[in-house]
Write a protein that binds this ligand. Structure first.
Ligand code: DOR
Ligand code: ZN
Length: 344
């Protein structure tokens, strides 16, 4: 049995780094493990202009001094977004991709898109220039059960979108269902998906085990066990349409543990340890490098990273908390043992 594994330095194709003190507290965790990260634009106010994204990129670089880390920026799509601004940002190397939040789907999505047809001119432009669309794939219709919102999105939004724009590069972010997996598998090579550490490890029972567990609440919400197993199978299968995206989404303990707590799981501190533990449990450690370090870069048309990271089969206990300015954060795996340790 391998006692250490060395991988090409991985990338995180979906992360929330926040801003201000929170950015300073969390960015180092991502920069320690990953060469690049696709940084989500759902700040307050959202990142909708080239200027806002390049300023934010500078703040991220200042928050990760000396790290071998490149933040890749995204534009937040709104009903009013200007196709020229998106295309200019892409041409100037500021916007790697654009993110579709259906309005009201999740944290800071209120400026998101109310009807995807409203942004067809922007999506047509993105298709023409080969700019990826990153999708939060959930409907917001309150009549749809929260556990069905991803599956319904596939039928109501995603399938018609791909029929209308068959050449658009699309990443279904944080896929959580068997239906989502099957949809992405059946679609063309222009369609891929990211998978989080937490959706590979918890099902919906975890949110209610012995009481309500706010630190396991995220969106899309964890589903039934059979969906988790479908995610584990596809993540460890070597299918290049499925790659690493942590969706690390820190919120202070105070904002998680309240009557109306925020959605999001802070998994950046132990992301690679978590994925390695999962891949090992599936007997698929040899598939980890493709998932973590190759498939995403190839989909985005970017070079593979040059450096490496090393993980060791050595159990350790994850910390209960991290501080973030005056706040505290509870990481995913808090207090649990993980089978793999990040060495360097
Ligand atoms: O759980 C989530 N948290 N899901 C999202 O889509 C957004 C994220 C956040 O920004 O906190
Ligand atoms: Zn996210």
């Amino acid at each position: 049995m391998a006692e250490t594994i060395t991988l090409r330095r991985p990338d995180d194709w979906h992360v929330h780094l926040r801003d201000g003190d929170m950015l300073k507290a969390v960015a180092g965790h991502t920069a320690r493990q990953f060469g690049r990260a696709i940084v989500m634009p759902n700040l307050v106010p959202p990142v909708t202009t080239v200027k806002a994204a390049s300023d934010y990129r500078l703040r991220i670089v200042s928050a990760t001094p000396g790290a071998d880390f490149t933040p890749l920026m995204t534009a937040y799509l709104t009903d009013q977004i200007d196709a020229d601004e998106i295309a200019r940002g892409h041409a100037e190397g500021v916007f790697t991709a654009a993110k579709l939040y259906p309005a009201g789907a999740t944290t800071n999505s209120e400026h998101g898109v109310t009807d995807i047809r409203k942004i067809y001119p922007v999506l047509e432009r993105m298709q023409a220039i080969g700019m990826p669309l990153l999708v939060h794939g959930e409907v917001t219709d309150p009549a749809v059960d929260i556990f069905d919102r991803e599956a319904v999105f596939l039928d109501r939004v995603f399938a018609p979108l791909l029929a209308d724009l068959p050449g658009l590069k699309v990443v279904m972010e944080h896929v959580t269902t068997r239906e989502g997996v099957e949809f992405v598998k059946a679609a063309g090579p222009n369609v891929a998906a990211t998978i989080t550490p937490h959706h590979l490890r918890i099902n919906r029972n975890a949110i209610f085990e012995g009481g309500i567990r706010p630190h396991f609440y995220c969106l899309p919400i964890a589903k039934r066990e059979d969906h988790r197993l479908a995610l584990r199978r596809v993540a460890t299968s070597g299918n290049p349409k499925f790659f690493l995206g942590t969706d690390s989404a820190p919120h202070s303990v105070a904002r998680k543990e309240m009557a109306c707590g925020c959605a999001g799981i802070f998994n950046a501190p132990y992301a690679m340890e978590s994925y390695a533990t999962t891949f090992d449990e599936e007997g698929a450690l040899e598939k980890l490098e493709g998932f973590a370090s190759e498939f995403g870069a190839r989909f985005y048309g970017l070079p593979l990273n040059a450096g490496t990271i090393t993980l060791q089969r050595k159990a350790f206990a994850a910390r209960e908390r991290f501080s973030a300015g005056a706040d505290e954060l509870v990481p995913f795996h808090a207090g649990q043992a993980l089978a793999w340790t990040f060495v360097d």
